[in-house]
Design a protein around this ligand. Structure first.
Ligand code: ADP
Ligand code: DP6
Ligand code: CO
Length: 331
């Protein structure tokens, strides 16, 4: 019997952000969040368990992962091994079709794919909810990448109540995210470190938590009703409030670059001219513009005057986790 499986998971961008943990050991967030899984960015991961192997070997894009990045994967595999009661070590081969560590949620697609591939390879049959709980322990945002389209991660109060689920949507099939790649390089401060520092030091943080749950419920209803204006307005304000908590941390930090500000200003200008669009940003300099299909050509033209064609990636709602038993090598 071959103890191997391959999984593909897509990254997701939050419209209401997760920023801060209530319990780091259990990976429980301070507040719930709501995201859109994207078609354009994904991770493909193959896991092979070998009973005779002495240690885990993890490769990302064909190169051995080392240090903390490799340890994170091994610790995650420890959880999978504990669920099954095996000690087997694994060969992990992962390929990111998403810039790694650039604020485009590579940790989300990575740990959702790893949860799928590792659990199947070791012989576990997990439900979507169980997969979401498992993926959360690798990276919080990964619990949402189990699902297609819009997903809501309820904060929960303990391990078993903190997971994501799909949220019903109407009239949003033409929603697009135009991703402006300002810088695809790896961030200097990981999301994990950034949110840890924010929770510990920002005097604005309690206000963030107070507003987040209320905004989450508003967003859930806006998605249900297909109220694009409300979705965009809420998403933009969730992102700005999150970044305000970073600016007010000690020491303060900021993921924005000059190009980020340029893109944000262009969005505001286009909106003033009647081309309805909104932006969101994560822990990185890249800007995601929320729009509808009909507005896309105008947006691409306006952004194209300042950014290269290759820096403008159109993303649409994407699929949930797929797991295959068969061998699937390099993508
Ligand atoms: P991002 O904005 O890309 O999610 P994070 O700071 O949350 O940035 O996470 C980036 C980290 O996630 C990487 O430094 C690495 O440790 C981990 N990671 C990303 N992709 C993979 C992968 N395919 N396999 C294993 N770990 C990964
Ligand atoms: C700004 O899920 O990457 O993208 O749970 O520590 O792995 P860890 O962090 P991560 O944080 C994502 C933060 C965010 C907002 C979001 O995706 O909700
Ligand atoms: Co991440």
């Amino acid at each position: 019997m071959s103890h191997q499986a391959t999984a593909i998971a897509h990254s997701n961008i939050a419209l209401i952000k997760y920023w801060g943990k209530r319990d780091e050991a259990r990976m429980l967030p301070m507040n719930g969040s709501l995201s859109l899984t994207l078609d354009a960015f994904y991770t493909r991961t193959r896991v092979r368990f070998f009973p005779e192997l002495g240690e885990d070997h993890v490769r990302l894009d064909g190169r051995a992962l080392e240090g903390e990045a490799a340890r994170k994967v091994s610790r995650f595999l420890d959880r999978v091994r504990a669920l099954k009661g095996h000690e087997w070590r694994a060969e992990v081969d992962s390929y990111n079709q998403v810039p790694t560590g650039a604020g485009l949620a590579s940790s989300a697609s990575a740990f959702a794919a790893l949860a799928g591939a590792a659990s199947r390879a070791i012989g576990l049959e997990l439900s979507p909810r169980e997969l979401s709980i498992l993926a959360r322990k690798g990276s919080g945002s990964a619990c949402r990448s189990i699902f297609a389209g819009f997903a809501l991660w309820q904060a929960g109060t303990d391990d078993q109540s903190s997971y994501a689920r799909p949220v019903p949507a109407s009239n949003l099939d033409d929603l697009v995210m135009l991703v402006v790649v300002v810088n695809a390089g790896h961030k200097g401060l990981s999301s994990r470190e950034g949110m840890r520092r924010t929770v510990a030091t920002s005097p604005f943080y309690p206000a963030w938590v107070e507003h987040a749950e209320r905004d989450l419920e508003r967003m859930r209803i806006a998605v249900l009703e297909g109220d694009f204006t409300r979705i965009g307005t809420l998403a933009e304000s969730s992102a700005m409030r999150m970044h305000a908590t970073m600016l007010s941390a000690a020491p303060p930090f900021c993921y924005w670059e000059a190009g980020s500000l340029l893109a944000m200003n262009l969005v505001r200008q286009l909106r003033d001219e009647g081309h309805e669009c909104y932006f969101t940003m994560d822990a990185g300099p890249n800007v995601k513009i929320i729009a509808r299909e009909a507005t896309l050509p105008r947006l691409r033209a306006a952004l194209g005057e300042h950014f290269g064609e290759e820096a403008l990636i159109t993303a649409r709602p994407g699929p949930g986790l797929r797991i295959e038993d068969a061998e699937a090598p390099e993508c």
